[in-house]
Design a protein around this ligand. Structure first.
Ligand code: PLP
Length: 388
């Protein structure tokens, strides 16, 4: 049984070191020395796998990570230890705050509940709580309102173990120009907070508001830190961001490289006679004798059922159609045109084979999923390995 851990799952993910290196260079070349790059690794590092991605990012020089929850922070912390700063941007419950304080994990605070607990526990432990006050600037999700800040600062100033490490906000849709006005208002509100804080001697925080889209579209607002997720994995937040970037910078190719590939193998091959249905139900009917490959991957493995009769995969250097409905653990591919296909042959779901590529966006177009959603839906138990 001990060997089981080394056996590949039915599909597997490859993480490209050289691609990540390229993307980190891209980000760093657009940053001045005074701005810290925080690598956003929520959603299991956007499906890349925290346990695979974080050590690699560390090796490539990243030393600041942001995640969503205390549970994710626990996983990241057990990898980076004291070798970097870790910030929780979202969910931290009262019973998780002691752990965060003891391990110097920084966290967003956006309500009095968490603030009061942080005060109570840091006082009790006589250890610093490093907090980032999140400001409501127009996203209307989480954050203190501007008119609460005076009170919040007074509270913090009376408790020496609570250190306001940062002041931050999040933009509501910087990936589309249609939100331009709303974003501008947010940035202006955020600036006025800065004005207010300048009057408080005891507080000397860093400021941050930008995610990938903000980083691309509102570069003047990089401030002290940027929280970047999707770009480091090799994707623009939106097509609009991509077109805008390459036009503005007069380049004609994508400066980013996809880090992830997702592959499986043929588990069986069968010849189906003309005039038969393939798989469950009647959604695919053979008009000619048809050779199919069965691939051990289905909707329980992250391959959307929506891709029934519409998905594409690469086998032996050519593109082939998914036929019939995607099952829980299997799908069928029409390989009638392939002379030589064998059980065990590689099947590419996302990635390159020969000269062809199945990109995440082509894949997600078929299933109406956002890049972000498709990636983060990749099950966490799939074997992930680092290549080149
Ligand atoms: C997810 C997230 C980011 C990163 O977003 P990307 O678009 O992937 O760069 C930054 N800040 C916050 C608060 C987030 O939730």
């Amino acid at each position: 049984m001990k060997r089981l851990a080394t056996i590949k799952t039915t599909s597997y993910i490859e993480i490209s070191k050289s691609a990540l290196k390229n993307n980190l260079n891209f980000i760093n070349s657009n940053l001045s020395k005074k701005t810290v790059f925080s690598s956003v690794v929520k959603g299991n590092a956007y499906g890349h796998g925290i346990e695979t991605f974080v050590p690699l990012a560390l090796e490539l020089g990243v030393n600041h990570f942001s995640c969503f929850s205390a549970e994710e922070a626990f996983r990241v912390h057990s990898i980076i230890g004291e070798n970097g700063t870790l910030l929780i941007m979202g969910s931290i419950f009262d019973d998780q705050i002691e752990w965060a304080i003891l391990n110097k994990i920084e966290f967003f605070v956006f309500n009095y509940n968490t603030l009061n607990t942080a005060i109570l526990i840091s006082d009790k432990l006589k250890r610093n709580a490093f907090i980032h006050l999140e400001i409501e600037t127009g996203m209307n999700r989480t954050g203190f309102d501007f008119n609460e800040l005076e009170n919040v600062f007074n509270l913090v100033q009376n408790h020496k173990y609570v250190t306001v490490k940062g002041i931050c906000t999040h933009l509501a849709g910087a990936e589309s120009i249609s939100n331009y006005k709303r974003i501008k208002v947010q940035l202006k509100t955020f600036k006025s907070v800065k004005g207010l804080i300048k009057t408080k001697n005891e507080i000397n925080p860093i400021y941050h508001s930008l995610c990938s889209a903000g980083f691309l579209s509102y570069p003047k607002h990089k401030a002290d830190l940027v929280r970047i997720g999707i770009l480091q994995y090799g994707f623009f937040p939106s097509n609009e961001n991509y077109i805008q970037y390459i036009t503005k910078n007069k380049i004609n190719s994508n400066p980013l490289i996809r880090v992830i590939s997702w592959k499986s193998r043929i588990m069986d091959i069968k010849n189906v006679k003309i005039g038969e249905f393939i798989g469950y139900g009647t959604s695919y009917f053979t008009n000619i004798d048809t050779k199919i490959a069965i691939v051990p991957i289905g909707y329980s493995n992250g391959f959307a059922r929506k891709l029934s009769n519409s998905g594409k995969v690469l086998i032996n250097g050519s593109r082939h159609d998914v036929v019939g409905v995607v099952n829980m653990n299997m799908l069928a591919v029409n390989i009638s045109e392939l002379e030589n296909a064998n059980i065990g042959d590689e099947v590419v779901l996302i990635g390159n084979q020969g000269n062809l590529e199945i990109s995440v966006s082509s894949f997600s177009d078929f299933s109406n999923l956002l890049n972000y959603e498709l990636l983060t839906r990749l099950p966490s138990n799939i074997t992930r390995t680092i290549i080149d």
